[in-house]
Design a protein around this ligand. Sequence first.
Ligand code: ADP
Ligand code: ZN
Length: 807
Amino acid sequence: MTQIANIAVCLPLEKTFNYVVPETMKDSIQIGMRVLVPFSGRKVTGFVIGLMDQSPKEFEGELKEIEAILDEAPLIDHQMLRLYQWISDYYIYPLGEVIKTGIPPGLQLKSRWFVSLTQYGKEAIMSGDIDPVRKRVLEEIKNYQKIPLEKILKIFKNEISRSQIFTLKKKGLINLEVGIEGEGVKPRIEKVIKYENEGSLRESSKKQKDILNWIKERGEVFYSELTKIFKSPSRSIQSLKEKGYISIYEKEVPREIKIRPELKAYPRPKLTPFQEQAFGEILKGIRSRRFSPFLIYGVTGSGKTELYLRAIEEVINSRREAIVLVPEISLTPQLISRFRDRFGDIFALLHSGLSRAERYDQWRKIWKGEVKIAIGPRSAVFAPFKNLGIIVVDEEHDPSYKQEDKLKYNARDVAIVRAKQQQATLILGSATPSLESYHNALKGRFKLLHLPERIEGRPLPNVEIVDMKKEPGIISEKLKLGLKENVEQKRQSLLFLNRRGFANFILCPDCGYTFKCPNCSVTLTYHLRERRLKCHYCDYWIQTPGDCPQCQGHRLRAMGMGTERVEEEIKRIFPGCSVGRMDRDTTSRKNSHVSILERLESGKIDILIGTQMIVKGHDFPNVTFVGVISADTALHFPDFRSAERTFQILTQVAGRAGRGVFSGEVLIQTFNPEHYSIKKAKEQDFLGFYNEEIKFRRALNYPPFSRLINFRLTGNSEKKTMLAAKEMEKIGEDLLKNDFSKGIEILGPSMAPFAKIKGKYRWQMLVKGEDPKSLHKFAFGLADRLKPLLKGKGVNLDIDVDPIFIL
Ligand code: ADP
Ligand code: ZN
């Protein structure tokens, strides 16, 4: 029998491939390990996803052999493999690439040669029947179990060549095998010195005695600590070790990560009756050890997080593990310290601010079973726990759970599938659930838990709307007044505008010229402080010119507004106030967003202006006034979710006010005071909004009543991209004739609302259907026929299942 391994290679290929497992690897190979395999003249990494025995004849001469095994233990287990397989099928993305998304980037590999000595080699050293240089090389190799080839070549630089080493292998004196290294990332190993016994210490110097005493007091110390206290201790240490007073070993020490939780105590409160009731249901779910999905719908400050903490506590006590997904931006020191206060240091943090090495260490802690909880944004859904008991998805409606490039997965949906596969509890939480999730809850797919009140009966803020059609400036009189009163009472205010920069665009009133990005179909945004016109979709920028390049007119005018302009305006109106700004421009440095929040918390900022970033996850009791500069930024996007987005964001912003003992005031400026998403946000009436919005979705057969797949073509050539779209249209119409296409509806293809981004022209075709299986069939059929036609044309097909960003 020959053992055959099925391999998902890390290449954009839909298929998996079979390879022969060489005799020498049979004992060590396991599903979930990485291997190196030959692939059209190259060597690539892949994952073993299946092993089977076949009679040798069937494959003789056809299949290539696996070149090397790259892991000592499998990186993914059967459960994770099953999840990755589902993701690959559902999101129509190659399995090898899916797995790569799930493991930290530091584990992506570089292979190199390692040398070790064979039995024959050992004998050759003894027999002396070998020339002196080679003998020394073999002796050096003998000192290690395995040593990188490069290292040997360095040690014997002028004495032995690479090809001579390969000759040693041919003669059977050494083994050469491919090993791997994560791109520079390895576990951090520290030398540890352990106190053993005192002995007589007679022959020891004073320095040795001092060192030994110091170690004795501590039992065990890191060598690196020791060197801070004693100058060049290595000889003394060596001598102490030889006498047996101490022992030295190595230990893996994860790198410290930098979000520093505050050391504040968060008392474990007695649950309110609403919490108590909800928690009873959750407990039943956890204890059933079956898939138990919940949707907690509760206004901000109603005690959802407290319920997550309790549920996780129960899961950990039953020796299972927990994943907590939060939007990137709400992963604040405040949240972390709440977890730390409750659970101590048994969690791993995974977020994009970590360096590769830090992320790698956090992942390893989970993989090795050293922690019980993983907290992070969407990629934390892949945390390799083996006994998963619960997944919490906070702010489940948040669009950041959807990855927009490469593998276009939605972590909330992957969480649902993972919890189902592993018979775990699932909690989705939000003050403004997505239409999909709330609809699912009403249909009985999730159990709905409702927390209708803020904790301690704190009132919801009072929200008012200002109709900007009657206002001349960007800051209405009412907003000025509200800010003024709040400032006078020494309380803090937030101002929200979901657009950064100073002005949206620059216009020449004489000839109508506007500055556009040459790579993207958008206008350039004016940034005052940098004196630049910048594109928000690519890296393009120019210095702001003084005159119109078209008519040489001198009257260039800044139109529209961004956070930078609001900041200017507010500083002008309130000269004595300390004004801060938080947006992508002021937070590009690592941890700068944390430091702005700290300044707000310590009262150093009176008025903070910001984009989305200020909306989530923070709990500042002294913030009692919130102003929305414009509620309309998201409303007019040509996207069926624009009303939902608007409602969610306004409700979230409003929820920032009055979280402490003082009640809050919210002012929303808008040109559309009659729009239901704004009116319902004013009333903070999620159900009212849901009932309006769901009518519209049903009428137009949009999600949650249908599913969508978006097929997007992108290419450098405008013409070729358009021609490809015509081909796509033909194939699509043809596929509609199939039986499985019943109920499927095609919208487009048409030029995307953002017709060009980063130099690529974009066309898209949206396909709608009720049955996900037939939609997928349609998608496979389309890809199968379209992809060959795109070869060599520089046009790319992207398939986005359950798209969020359809612009
Ligand atoms: P949410 O996640 O819904 O915004 P939190 O769980 O953060 O709500 O609760 C809001 C505030 O109320 C927090 O400061 C929290 O510590 C506190 N809190 C939560 N539950 C209780 C309770 N049962 N009794 C007293 N305070 C509570
Ligand atoms: Zn651009």
